[in-house]
Write a protein that binds this ligand. Structure first.
Ligand SMILES: Cc1cc2nc3c(=O)[nH]c(=O)nc-3n(C[C@H](O)[C@H](O)[C@H](O)COP(=O)(O)OP(=O)(O)OC[C@H]3O[C@@H](n4cnc5c(N)ncnc54)[C@H](O)[C@@H]3O)c2cc1C
Length: 410
């Protein structure tokens, strides 16, 4: 495995959390060679989680999401290319061609191009809002400023982004209506039992959730949009927000000898090729737990951060090539006035054992397990208990061992 030296030129493609945190960590680890960052957005690297929370609800100005200022990047001797996309990666050398036609000749490339919001082919597609970028949230807020207080805003998709958008819109005085295709939001991710507990949350704060929705089209109407349903009904909304998942940004890697399969396929060391690694939302990496091995792509803040730190350490510390970093997937979501947190990567069919609280109490903590091994932990408004239990996911722990030690109750 490659260890970087001062003759190297590392090109980081993608200036989101993973890209910036990697560049910062690489300098912290003592890397003295050339370092360039390429970002297709015109902005300095910024943080996305506040976009659907503090920024959409108007508590923060969007500038507050900035992760690093230009002066700091200059101090770290990082050459930046903002507002220009990488369009190709040479199959034989670590050279990256930019949309401007400029070619950056590198010795090692880090792919950190993340994902983009999925769009749907409705007639009014160009007018529907997504919530992925700084520009998205500014555009949505501009549209909302034209609506009357109490106006209906349709949110297509009841997942994490849809729920957070509904929470912020409700706080702003609008009437969000969440339209979910499945019988329960998040059922495909969290399984029926946990999804049922969470489905109680919207009504607690007066948000309408409609499940089993089959939307056939969204069309422009006077003063807004009509959402059309398969049963012939329609819903008029002043604005429509799409929260229907994300697509990895990998098209630019066509012909690069980097394997792409719903993300960039990497090995235990996050390498896609001898001179190319991938990190963050775009990376499809091996995840071993409970005797199982599978490749996963995880769209969570902590994973992007952990990948960045681990890769920087592996590329700079001789002898680290034998280490496989332990990364326990973690996410949080603030929705409907509650905090949801999860550790691990359970399957929706895993067994669920609730060990603290109950849905009626509005706080709980539950374990997921498969073949008697703990595969995940999920909590509602139980941050301390969840964090105390992280060790249950760092090695294979049986459900019986977890229940006997009960680290959440310490
Ligand atoms: C609204 C919102 C709320 C979220 N809330 C939470 C939360 O509460 N908890 C949680 O765990 N996670 C949350 N996340 C997820 C978290 O933000 C992501 O996991 C994280 O941003 C991933 O970082 P990344 O650097 O891998 O990708 P990204 O942040 O997507 O950054 C990739 C960057 O690369 C750029 N790029 C793409 N293609 C190219 C190219 N060809 N050339 C140059 N640049 C390119 C992109 O435009 C982007 O700027 C949220 C995400 C969003 C959008």
């Amino acid at each position: 495995m490659k260890i970087l030296g001062s003759d190297d030129h590392v090109i980081v493609v993608g200036a989101g959390l993973a890209g910036w945190r990697f560049a910062e960590a690489l300098r912290r680890e003592g890397y003295l060679g050339a370092l360039s960052m390429v970002g297709d957005e015109p902005h300095l690297p910024y943080d996305r989680p506040p976009l659907s929370k503090q920024v959409l609800s108007g508590k923060w100005d969007v500038e507050r999401t900035t992760l690093v200022e230009a002066e700091r990047l200059a101090e770290l001797d990082i050459v930046t290319h903002w507002g220009t996309a990488a369009v190709s990666l040479d199959p034989e050398t670590a050279s990256v061609t930019l949309a401007s036609g400029r070619v950056l000749e590198g010795t090692f490339v880090v792919v950190a191009t993340g994902t983009r919001a999925r769009r749907l082919p409705f007639h009014a597609a160009d007018h529907l809002h997504t919530l992925r970028t700084r520009d998205d949230v500014v555009t949505l807020r501009d549209s909302l400023s034209l609506l009357e207080s109490g106006a209906t805003v349709a949110i297509i998709g009841g997942g994490f982004i849809g729920a957070e958008a509904a929470t912020a819109l409700s706080a702003l005085g609008f009437q969000p209506v969440v339209l979910e295709a499945a019988p329960l939001p998040l059922v495909a991710v969290l399984g029926t039992e946990v999804a049922e507990w969470l489905a109680r949350l919207p009504s607690d704060v007066g948000v309408e959730l409609r499940v089993d929705q089959s939307i056939t089209d969204v069309v422009s109407a006077e003063g807004g949009y009509d959402v059309l349903f398969a049963d012939g009904s329609r819903l008029f909304a002043g604005a429509v927000v799409l929260g229907v998942g994300a697509v990895p940004n990998t098209e630019w890697l066509a012909g690069s000898r980097v394997e792409v399969m719903n993300g960039v396929v990497v090995n235990d060391h996050l390498f896609a090729r001898e001179d190319v690694a991938a990190i963050g939302d775009v990376a499809r990496f091996p995840w071993r737990h409970g005797g199982e091995r599978g490749d996963v792509r995880i769209e969570h803040w902590q994973t992007a951060n952990d990948h960045a730190q681990a890769l920087a350490a592996m590329l700079t510390r001789a002898g680290s090539e034998t280490d496989v970093p332990i990364m326990v997937p973690y996410f949080w979501s603030d929705q409907y006035g509650k905090k949801i947190q999860m550790l691990g990567h359970p399957a929706p069919t895993d067994q669920v054992t609730r060990v603290v609280g109950s849905p009626d109490e509005g706080k709980w903590l539950a374990l997921y397990s498969r073949a008697d091994v703990v595969t995940g932990l999920i909590a509602l408004n139980q941050p301390r208990g969840l964090m105390l239990s992280r060790g249950l996911l760092e090695s294979d722990v049986t459900l019986a061992q977890a229940l006997a030690t009960a680290p959440w109750s310490v």
